[in-house]
Ligand binder design. Structure first.
Ligand code: SUG
Length: 448
């Protein structure tokens, strides 16, 4: 049976703004307080989805969340009508209002970890929503994420959903941003590669000194157990703590994999040789021929990688067996990175083509092409069982761009977040969106 990797891209929400909320994420910190353009952000994301669909890739869309999250503010003690809750938070605790307004759910690589049916004990596709426990503004995403994923992948015969792991730092889980799957074919059993930043319970593992390591080994192991993965289909590796301290807050900022290929920076991991050997051996047992492409620090520094997001690219398989790299415009803006890409694609290797996208609105918060997508490998039967409302088509693209044009502001700064009208605009837009995407009631304002 034919199998596909389907990319579900996060639709940017109407409150996209630069809150400076992510310590350890260089872009988020350095663009803090700039005014944003939510309309442009959403249209940039939709343009990428449309382009990939037109290139023949399977493309889906993942809905944004209700923001400001009034229910979250109520849990923090703000009371009264919805407008009063927002007004009081703006007056007494602006950082909490900003956090409750973040459109960060757009980076759906952090929404969940997904294991395809070929890898799992019960033959279903497994999803574990990420607790995103490291940052408050992200930790409030998972309840709605679970409902949205449940509405997209509703058929229990094919899909199994797990609640987010316990909400403590020891089980800090950032979802697919630290997870890659290698396989010969999307429908065959593969090797799931979990990359963690630190261990919560074993002091032998080193940890970064400056910035937080968001993903723990114990969280990755729990996800592998929940999904029913077998030991010979799993490899764990530790991120180099020194690159976390240079702004590599997720592994997908320094490595990307697809099919049998890992594309990574020389400094990305600890014990790289051992890790590569294990990947090769385990994929070999599953009929695959593991290959790795190492980018040397002499050509691209970690700083270049963090600034350009070279590795936050989408590595996609083309019909002729070669691969295509989807990179952000910032890669073209960095001379060393662009030169490296030119030599990579002309060297006769596997990666033959690079396609550049303008995702500046998302990039300024540290979210490149790969952050914006959640990969779900599905066979034909499973794909047919996905809610058809979320599969990208030319008419859906048209409807969504009109919807964005109608509902989104083209400028948003911190003061605007205190405007109770923004909440109404957001709810009106999302109510319409749930009908467009045929999701049913998934948002707190629709349920309570
Ligand atoms: O978690 N930025 C996100 C970016 C997530 C990128 N995802 C992947 N690498 N897969 C984060 O740091 C910034 C929000 C703000 O500052 O307004 C933010 O949450």
């Amino acid at each position: 049976m034919k199998s596909y990797e389907v990319n579900f891209d996060g639709l940017v929400g109407p409150t996209h703004n630069y809150g400076g909320l992510s310590y350890g994420n260089v872009a988020s910190q350095s663009n803090s307080q700039q005014s944003s353009n939510p309309k442009e952000a959403a249209l940039q994301g939709l343009a990428k989805m449309k382009a990939l669909m037109e290139m023949g890739f399977q493309q889906g869309v993942l809905a944004p969340q209700e923001r400001p999250d009034v229910a979250a503010l109520r849990r923090l003690g703000f009371a009264g009508s919805d407008a009063q809750v927002i007004e009081r938070a703006a007056k007494d605790a602006m950082p909490l209002l900003v956090a409750s307004c973040s459109a960060s759910s757009m980076w759906v690589a952090n929404a969940a970890t997904v294991s395809p049916s070929a890898d799992t004990a019960d033959g279903r596709v497994h999803f574990t929503a990420a607790n995103l426990n490291c940052k408050y503004h992200r930790s409030i995403e998972h309840p709605t994420t679970s409902r949205v994923l449940g509405a997209m992948f509703a058929d229990q015969k094919h899909f199994a959903h797990h609640a987010a792991l316990p909400a403590v730092a020891q089980f800090g889980d950032e979802g697919a941003a630290n997870h890659t799957r290698f396989c010969r074919d999307y429908g065959q059993a593969g090797v799931e590669f979990f990359v963690f930043g630190r261990s919560a319970f074993d002091t032998r593992y080193p940890a970064p000194q400056k910035y937080p390591a968001r993903q723990t080994l114990e969280a990755s192991q729990a996800v592998a157990r929940l999904h029913g993965l077998s030991d010979d289909g799993v490899v764990y590796a530790q991120q180099n703590p020194s690159v976390i301290d240079q702004g590599v807050f997720h592994n997908d900022v320094i490595a990307v994999g697809n099919g049998e290929v890992l594309f990574y920076h020389e400094d990305a991991f600890l014990e790289t040789d051992k890790m590569l050997a294990e990947l090769q051996a385990k994929l070999g047992k599953r009929g695959g021929n593991f290959q790795s492409i190492c980018v040397p620090r002499s050509q691209v520094t970690v700083e270049d990688a963090v600034r350009s997001y070279l590795f936050n690219s989408q590595l996609l398989s083309r019909a002729d067996g070669s691969m295509l790299l989807i990179v952000p415009e910032e890669c073209r803006g960095n001379e060393r990175v662009w030169q490296y890409l030119q030599s990579l694609t002309s060297s006769g290797g596997l990666i033959r083509k690079v396609k550049v996208f303008d995702l500046k609105q998302s990039m300024q918060n540290g979210g490149g092409p790969a952050c914006l997508r959640l990969r779900v490998a599905l066979n034909q039967t499973e794909l047919a069982a996905v809610n058809p409302g979320v599969i990208m088509t030319a008419p859906l693209y048209g409807t969504l761009t009109q919807w964005v044009d109608k509902h989104y502001r083209d400028r948003l700064s911190e003061n605007d977040l205190a405007d109770p009208q923004l909440l109404l605009e957001c709810r009106t837009a999302l109510d319409e969106l749930t009908q467009i995407l045929k999701l049913g009631a998934v948002y707190p304002f629709q349920i309570n």
